[in-house]
Design a protein around this ligand. Structure first.
Ligand SMILES: Cc1cc2nc3c(=O)[nH]c(=O)nc-3n(C[C@H](O)[C@H](O)[C@H](O)COP(=O)(O)OP(=O)(O)OC[C@H]3O[C@@H](n4cnc5c(N)ncnc54)[C@H](O)[C@@H]3O)c2cc1C
Length: 373
């Protein structure tokens, strides 16, 4: 079976892996309109992952627990990508008393397993992070960070070496020309995020694009007292000793390339306190290591979407699937959903590469699938 996967971000990269690992009979053609993988939102240096804590269970928080467990297992086995992720824990630091209360309520009203989330006192936060605060927060023992771009490149190299004869790739190629794309494929999977899976065309699904960008600043020291409010939400440490700091802001165009005004606008938004973090460190005020923009693409339910698209488009005459709408949680959603999608495409009853129970898989399919008439 030949499958074309369009899009080389997190969704595409996990889908290619899931397909190749699900069956030795699959051949994958992987394409992207950019000049290489991880040029869209997944080009971020690092993003965080953790389960979604809500006081009562919501579809999103339930799914996040399944996805989080799966992600941690995937990463702990991902020897090919060492250095591009950590599952060593993540601290969520409240900004004020009200937020601290909210977090503790969310923690207490549901019984969170200790591998998911535990309370951490203000002293505990100080010991772990050096952050001086007065409020308790939450520690996610297996939470952490992943470099989407780093992981995608490492995974690609790993797949090339293990499945050389079953994987081909073409960059600088648009995937929306139906004839060209279908001529190679028994099925097509769109992992193109923002604009080219025309979901509306298939069945009026309301889509939205959240514009945002992130900057990564090199910092040698991190011990100059309280962090400015814009930053002290999470604590993560990169293996290089750099600290990732980011901020997002909306802008009125949807281009993913950074613009000259982006950096001053970011600084303006996060405020003068920002620079204080670096006081006493002569190297730290250097310009950002990277400033880039990315789009977060979602649908009106704020849930990811995955599965076969309803056949309401005349344009495509082979099965068309999508894994998309991952919004600001692509790191969390993509690994599990891609395994389930691979099983669906291949008609496998059992999903390979996960220990997620069968009933949970069935529930996820219903939850995130596209509506069929
Ligand atoms: C500022 C910012 C911060 C974020 N922080 C986090 C975080 O902390 N934790 C987290 O989990 N997530 C985070 N995210 C979200 C995460 O980055 C996204 O959910 C994820 O990268 C989306 O992956 P994707 O593969 O769906 O899309 P993308 O990475 O955008 O990949 C889509 C690919 O499709 C290609 N493409 C599009 N159209 C076509 C076409 N017609 N033909 C061929 N190729 C095409 C593009 O070139 C692109 O490579 C953040 C996102 C942003 C922007």
């Amino acid at each position: 079976m030949k499958i074309t996967v369009v899009g080389a971000g997190l969704a595409g990269a996990w889908t290619v892996r899931a397909l190749l690992e699900a069956s030795p009979d699959i051949r994958v053609c992987w394409i992207d309109r950019a000049g290489g993988p991880a040029k869209g939102s997944s080009g971020n240096r690092a993003g965080i992952f953790k389960p979604i804590l809500t006081p009562t269970e919501t579809p999103g928080s339930w799914l996040s627990v399944q996805a989080f467990r799966h992600l941690v297992r995937e990463l702990e086995g991902a020897t090919y990508a060492r250095g591009y992720f950590s599952t060593e824990g993540l601290v969520q630091i409240p900004q004020d008393e009200a937020e601290a209360k909210k977090l503790q309520t969310a923690l207490k009203t549901r019984e969170w397993k200790r591998d998911m989330a535990v309370a951490i006192s203000a002293d505990g936060i100080r010991e772990k992070t050096g952050h001086v605060g007065r409020f308790p927060g939450i520690f996610f023992p297996k939470g952490g960070w992943l470099s989407p771009a780093g992981w995608i490149h490492a995974s690609f190299e790993d797949l090339k070496s293990h499945h050389e004869d079953r994987l081909i790739w073409e960059w600088n190629r648009e995937g929306i020309d139906p004839q060209a794309t279908m001529s190679h494929a028994d099925a097509i999977v769109f992992c193109t995020a923002e604009d080219s899976v025309r979901l509306e065309e298939f069945r009026a699904i309301k889509t939205q694009i959240i514009r945002g960008q992130i900057s990564i600043i090199r910092s040698a020291k991190f011990t100059v007292g309280p962090l400015p409010a814009a930053f002290h939400e999470y604590w993560i440490k990169l293996p290089t000793g750099d600290v990732m700091m980011g901020a997002t802001h909306d802008r009125d165009d949807s281009a993913t390339d950074p613009r000259p005004g982006d950096h001053p606008r970011l600084l303006e938004r996060i405020g003068p306190d920002f620079l204080k973090v670096f006081e006493g460190d002569p190297h730290a005020l250097a310009t950002p290591v990277e400033i880039r923009a990315g789009l977060r693409f979602g649908v009106d339910t704020h849930m990811p979407k995955m599965g076969r698209l309803p056949r309401s488009s005349e344009t495509w005459d082979c099965p068309v699937y999508a894994l998309t709408a991952m919004g600001s949680r692509g790191i969390l959603w993509a690994p599990l959903l891609s395994r389930i999608l691979a099983a669906e495409i291949l008609g496998h009853d059992k999903v390979r590469g996960t220990s997620t129970p069968h009933e949970a898989v069935q529930k996820i399919r219903t939850m995130v699938g596209f509506q069929h008439a």
